[in-house]
Write a new protein. Structure first.
Length: 399
């Protein structure tokens, strides 16, 4: 595919994915907040869970929730489902356009595992499907009624996906797949459980029957799961811009920290919305802060290199390495067929261009080793060391 056309398709899908994702997350967060904000008083009818007063855009709103369902079907009922469906559809198409079409460059990293594009794509599709099946079986089993145990097992499932993807795909693709894995579970919750249960409730009302309370209970459980999974999914989806996370020898451990940190933040927000306060809520924030700082420190740590053993390095040495390993992409006229122009406008055709981009070279080539992508040009460890030594000497000369 022509790289320019591919970029336009990617841009359009990414824009659509973000837009519908905002709609889905917004409605999801609002209804979880609304559920937590409900209050009862002496005048609240017995068939209501409570009500909540809100003010927004210059107007006042009064929302109530039925314990099960109203006695009669309302004339105008608003559904919230297409936001979730189109978030997954656009996300999956984006995954296919970027990582399936460009499997050799972005999905596969021979340093991690030698795969053919077909095998890698098959593992991707199978992993996404398997995640939903395992999760759904857990929820439908007797464990589904044990909130704490179920939450722990779902957490372990997410960690297992992180470990598995990190040992199969490139670091960048692994993090995106973790997000897609959790996002698939969330969307499947809406498609297979939440909406069908709501439709059954509506059908019972239309038939003049009392809806089964278990339908609403199961739908609420899945909706709450989605609420807790949202924050890590969003971070996974934007992680491809930050190699200090995915280009790490133990990147799956960073995911563990992200899951715990974001889970505690949602727990704090949900409890605060429900009117809870005190030392328990403060402790949740403290624990979240400790885990977040720990994950940040772990992700940032890189072992020091013995630069003294490298010996003298001249700029001509570095320029030769860059020309051999980087200029196939980062040039005004890239020789790599995947690019019509240098990625992000970064070219290394002249000495001035290389020296001006020295901080980014240090970040992408030395510290995170995210470039070359998938090490497709075969940059050697000793070449990275020479670049590191040149950067170190340059800093010393400035000081």
């Amino acid at each position: 595919m022509n790289p320019i056309i591919a970029d336009w398709i990617s841009l359009g899908l990414r824009w659509a994915h973000v837009m519908v994702g905002i709609m889905w997350i917004g409605t999801s967060f609002h209804f979880i907040w609304l559920d937590a904000s409900l209050r009862r008083d002496a005048k609240t009818p017995v068939n209501l869970a409570g009500s909540s007063w809100m003010v927004h855009g210059g107007g006042f709103y009064h929302a109530t929730k039925y314990l099960n369902a109203p006695a009669e079907m309302p004339a105008d009922l608003h559904w919230f489902k297409y936001e979730a469906y189109f978030t997954w559809i656009t996300g999956f198409l984006l995954l296919a356009v970027i990582y399936y079409v460009g499997a050799n460059d972005l999905l596969i990293d021979p340093r991690i595992l030698e795969l053919t594009p077909g095998t890698a794509i098959g593992i991707s599709l199978g992993g996404l499907a398997a995640g939903w099946v395992i999760y759904d079986l857990l929820c439908r089993s007797p464990i589904g009624d044990k909130t704490g145990l179920l939450a722990f097992l779902v957490f372990l499932l997410a960690v297992a996906s992180a470990y598995g993807f990190a040992h199969v795909f490139s670091g960048r693709a692994a993090f995106v797949h973790i997000g897609a894995f959790l996002g698939t579970i969330m969307t499947a919750n809406v498609f297979f459980i939440i909406i069908p249960n709501q439709k059954k409730t509506v059908a019972a009302l239309l038939a003049g029957q009392a809806p089964d309370p278990a339908l609403g209970k199961r739908a609420k459980q899945r909706s709450l799961h989605n609420n807790y999974l949202t924050l890590p999914v969003v971070l996974m989806m934007i992680s491809n811009h930050y190699p200090m996370m995915f280009e790490h020898a133990r990147s799956w451990i960073i995911v563990v920290g992200i899951l715990l940190f974001s889970g505690l933040l949602r727990l704090y927000a949900n409890q605060k919305n429900a009117g809870k306060s005190g030392s328990h809520q403060l402790a949740i924030l403290i624990y979240a802060g400790m885990i977040g700082m720990g994950a940040l420190g772990f992700a940032s740590y890189r072992p020091g290199a013995d630069l003294e053993s490298v010996g003298p390095v001249t700029f001509a040495d570095v320029q030769a390495i860059v020309a051999h390993r980087c200029q196939s992409c980062h040039s005004a006229n890239p020789s790599d067929p995947a690019y019509k122009a240098p990625p992000k406008g970064v070219a290394f055709d002249t000495a001035d261009q290389i020296q001006r981009m020295a901080p980014q070279i240090e970040r992408m080539v030395v510290l995170t080793q995210a470039m070359p992508v998938g090490n497709k040009t075969g940059m050697l460890p000793e070449e990275r060391m020479k670049i590191a030594k040149w950067l170190f000497d340059a800093k010393q000369n400035v000081n």
